[in-house]
Structure formats: C-alpha cells, structure tokens
Design a protein around this ligand. Structure first.
Ligand SMILES: Cc1cc2nc3c(=O)[nH]c(=O)nc-3n(C[C@H](O)[C@H](O)[C@H](O)COP(=O)(O)OP(=O)(O)OC[C@H]3O[C@@H](n4cnc5c(N)ncnc54)[C@H](O)[C@@H]3O)c2cc1C
Length: 522
C-alpha cells in the first residue's frame, strides 16, 4: 500500500516535470522563430551621440555587447568602454547552449552567429570509463551553436556599434566615481595613457571573471576548484559532426567543434596546481594520463595537438551572485556570477540576465533617481535566481561528482548511477539536458533529478539483496550526495531560489516617473 503510494507520487512527479519542461521548451521555440533585424553596422560608432549618457557599460564581452545593443534598441543612450576592441583570442565561451541561443534571438542578436563558421550542436555523447556511450540530445530538436569566441564577440560589438545611440570607446576603466554614496560614472585610461572621466545615470559593470571593479559591488568570494587545459584538434575529419563529447573517465574531457575543421578540447585538471606547460610536464601529463582515455576517433588528433604545443589553460572559477546593491551601479555577466565551465553555461546565464535587465528597465523613461532605481532593480536578483541556481548548481554538482577519486566506493557508485540514469533516456536524460542547456532552468527540476539519481543509485546497491557492506556504501552515498547538493543550495539561498515570491524585493514596481524624455531608438 505504502509502496504503491510512493510509486504513484514518483510517477506523478515525473509526469509533472516532463510536461512543465515541454511547455517551457515550446514557449522558447516560439520566441526563437521571431525575425530579427539585420545588422547594418560596420563597428564604427556614430557621431550623433549628443546629450547625456544614460548608461555606461564597462566591458564589451558577451554580456556587455549584448546589453549595449538591447538597451540602445530600447532608446537608452549607451557608452561602452572596452579595454581592447581587437578580436579577442581566448579559450572561453565557445559553446552556446540551446537556451542561450534562444536568449540571443530574444535580443535580436541571432544573426551574430552567421558568417563566423559557427557549428550546430545537436547532441552530446557521454563516454563512460569502460567505453560505453550514451547519446543525449537537446530536447524538442533544439540545438546549440559553437564557434570561435573572438569572432562571435566581434559580431556582437559590431551589432551594438551599428546603433546611433551606442558609443563604443576603447579604454581601461580604472575606478568607479562615487559621490554621496552613489556611483556617478567611471574613470578610464585610453591606450595612449590619457585619463578620462565618463558619467551616466547608471553604470553597468560587465568586466569579466577578472573584474577589478566587483569588490565595490559584491562579495567577491571566488573558488577555483580546477583548471581547464585547452587544445585545438585541427584539420580533423569530424567523427560525428554536430556532436559534443563529455568524456567522463578518470579525467573530465569536453570536446565540441568550433569551426568546420577544428575541435575544442578541454581537459579538467582538478585542484589549484597544474603541471607546468613550460618544462613539458603538462604535455607529458596529457599524453600519459589523458590520451589513453580519449575515444579512438579523437586519439590521433589529440596527440598531434599536444605535439603542436599550443596548450593553454584557464582557471575554472565559481562565484554565486552576492551583490551589495549600490545606487548608480549594477553588475551582470561573469563579474556578478560564474558557474563552473564544465557545462558551458556561463554565456547562457549572462544572456538570460541581459534579457531580464532590459525588460526591467523597459517601463522606465529616466534613470536619474539612482536610489529609487537601485531599490527597483533589487528584484533582478530574485527574478534571476531560479535560472542562475539551476545552471550553477548543475555545473558544480557534475564537476564535484566526476572529479572525485574512484578510491571512495560511494563516489564511484554515484558516477555509475549518473551514467546509467542518462542511459534511461526519456524524461530522465531529456530533463537533465533541458536543465544543462538552459531550456528549462527550473530549480525544482534539478532537485528532482538529483534525488531521483540518488534513489536510483541506492536502488542499484540494495536490490535484489542488500548486504551489510552494500548498505554501508548506500548510507555513505546518501551522505556524500547530500554533502554535495546542500552546500550549493545554501550558497545560492534556499528561500530566494525556491520561494522567490516570498522575498519582498520580488514585487518591486517601477518608480513613478514624470516625463518621457527618452529618445527612442526603436
Ligand atoms: C575555460 C572556460 C571555458 C568556458 N566555456 C564556455 C562555453 O563553452 N560556453 C559558455 O556559455 N560559457 C563558457 N565559459 C564562460 C563564459 O566564457 C563567460 O560566462 C562569458 O564570457 C562571460 O561574459 P562577460 O561578458 O561577463 O565577460 P567576458 O566575456 O570575459 O567580457 C569581459 C570584457 O570586459 C573587458 N574588460 C575587463 N576589464 C575591463 C576594464 N577594466 N575596462 C574595460 N574593459 C574591461 C574585457 O576586455 C572583456 O572584453 C567558459 C569559461 C571558462 C573559464
């Protein structure tokens, strides 16, 4: 009787989530099919930038460029200050998940994926330690896109600069200018060394994971659980085009195409120390430890890439959003919140924040009352919480599980359970992909899948006959699983994540404004 009720409850939960997920995805697909404007810009800022600036944006990366375009389209006068306007050469932000592509389309920026030899990613192959593979696709035939980061950024910058009310300047912002507890603008240095000041009603900081301004605007508690070692597998006949790989063996390796003849390959090296590149230790580590774990179809290209020597590394930083609301200033992108890069969710979170901020600013016609705007924008942090939590927590959970040692049988069981759970297909793998890709970033869905996986792992251990040893491993597994998920929940804030409507700031309405003096760029 009791078992029957439990089974019915679980079944109900599964049906509920699969239908909720599908509804969200359908809604997103509707948005994706919206037509967007073609960019007419050439990347040069227009001269008719008369009058005061409404918004200064620090940093023209993914978040800054997209935000500049979105706000200028809504008629705000925007000045963007970017340290280096040449095409970035970085090993970050190369895979935009399906959810991020939809956000890009909502911003009218999807044509920034054209003309850069970007690749369509339809599915992921999860490769198990013993060589087994499970193919998981984005739900509802959605797809992600992968590309050279720098090419995509230049497209976004060009598109923003094509609007007459965007002024794109090259300079390094050195500090925020504060007056009576309110941020009035920034000081920045041009390439020629000239010190300049810029002022605006609102300064939005989007200056990356290395932000030197965030210490004024949030609690910058950053964790570096691992490094990504990046290689490009070149001139390679793609084994299965449109597919990314999650190789979940002793090391985590992620690969995806970034052009028609290049594959990005990231190897996760846990811990704060990594073998040095300069003395060849890294190459030897990659050849002896990582190469034997590569699928046969990628092995030769991987070895060639190591021999070629273009090995680069990036720290994987994690920082949940912990802002200190400050009148006149705001933060989005990596300067506000960083998920672990293992699931490639950073740009999706950033673009989703851009959409949210644009929508919050839309009903306003004046940003000059900094205190009132600051209070109003506090709702942003609550509104973004569910999406940010789902993406942050999934990335951290996956990294913690798969980077842990196999010496501990409970951790090993967890990895097995994850892999087998994915292999179940249907609502199980689709639900996880919908979370990972940002198509259904629902915290309850994440919690459901975490507990379902835990239940699956315990079931695998205890059925058909629970021995004392297996019961002991199962108990350790439950403890280890809770030890992973609860600290992440705590860091993100349980109330704001699961019950955002109970937080006062959730209900803020736009401050009363008198005149409509905003020039419209629409
Ligand atoms: C190894 C690695 C791989 C990743 N892979 C992926 C992936 O595949 N998919 C994904 O979605 N995310 C990925 N991410 C995360 C993703 O790169 C970031 O989330 C995204 O780039 C953040 O965008 P942003 O605009 O906040 O910052 P950025 O894109 O870093 O842009 C910041 C901009 O600010 C400028 N700037 C900095 N300081 C100043 C200053 N003082 N004055 C003026 N300008 C300044 C910089 O020059 C830069 O142009 C990865 C991260 C890492 C570490």
């Amino acid at each position: 009787m009791c078992f029957g009720r439990a089974a019915a409850f679980l079944f109900g939960f599964v049906v509920l989530y699969s239908s909720r997920g599908r509804e969200n995805i359908k809604a997103s697909e509707k948005n994706r099919s919206k037509k967007t404007l073609k960019s007419s810009g050439n990347g040069v800022c227009r001269s008719n930038f008369a009058g005061n600036t409404d918004v200064i944006i620090v940093g023209a990366g993914v978040a800054g460029s997209a935000l500049a375009y979105a706000l200028a389209k809504d008629g705000w006068r925007v000045q963007v200050i970017e340290r280096d306007l040449t095409e970035p050469d970085r090993i970050v932000g190369e895979l935009l998940h399906a959810g991020g592509c939809i956000k890009l389309a909502e911003l009218g920026l999807e044509d920034c994926l054209d003309g850069i030899d970007s690749q369509i990613v339809l599915s992921f192959a999860a490769v198990h330690k013993d060589g087994r593979r499970t193919a998981i696709s984005y739900p509802s035939n959605a797809c992600g896109r992968s590309f050279h980061h720098g090419r995509f950024i230049q497209k976004l910058r060009e598109k923003a600069a094509s609007l007459p009310n965007v002024k794109l300047d090259q300079g390094t912002v050195t500090s925020l200018v504060e007056e009576n507890g309110s941020i009035k603008g920034v000081l920045y240095k041009t390439k020629a060394g000239q010190e300049l000041a810029a002022s605006a009603s609102l300064t939005i900081v989007c200056d990356s994971c290395f932000s030197n301004l965030r210490r004024n605007l949030c609690n910058p508690k950053i964790e570096v659980p691992s490094y990504f070692v990046g290689l490009v597998l070149e001139n390679y006949n793609l084994p299965s085009a449109n597919r990314a790989y999650f190789i979940l063996k002793d090391s985590i390796v992620v690969t995806y195409p970034i052009s028609s003849n290049e594959i990005r390959c990231f190897v996760d090296v846990p811990g704060s120390k990594q073998p040095p590149i300069s003395n060849g230790e890294m190459a030897s580590y990659l050849k002896t430890v990582v190469a034997p774990q590569m699928p046969p179809e990628l092995y030769n290209a991987f070895m060639c890439a190591i021999d070629k020597g273009n090995i680069r590394t990036m720290p994987n930083r994690i920082m949940p959003a912990s802002p200190s609301p400050t009148p006149g200033a705001f933060m989005i992108g990596d300067s506000l919140n960083m998920p672990h890069a293992v699931t490639g969710g950073g740009m999706t979170v950033g673009l989703s924040d851009v959409v949210l901020l644009r929508d919050l600013l839309r009903p306003l016609n004046d940003l000059s009352n900094a205190a009132a705007i600051c209070k109003y924008l506090e709702s942003f942090y609550n509104l973004r919480k569910p999406t940010a939590f789902a993406m942050n927590a999934l990335a951290s959970t996956l990294h913690t599980v798969f980077s842990s040692s196999d010496q501990d049988p409970s951790r090993m069981e967890m990895k097995e359970a994850f892999f087998n759970y994915l292999s179940l297909g249907g609502v199980f793998s689709e639900g996880l992909m919908a979370l990972l890709s940002g198509l259904n970033p629902d915290p309850l869905s994440l919690v459901f899948h975490c507990f379902a996986m835990l239940a699956y792992a315990v079931g695998r251990l205890l059925l058909p006959f629970p021995t004392p040893k297996r019961m002991c491993i199962a108990a350790k597994l439950i403890l280890a699983g809770s030890g992973i998920i609860f600290p992440i929940l705590k860091a993100e804030g349980i109330r704001a994540t699961f019950f955002p409507a109970t937080v006062l700031a959730y209900y803020r309405t736009p401050p009363v404004q008198s005149t409509d003096d905003r020039e419209t760029g629409k």
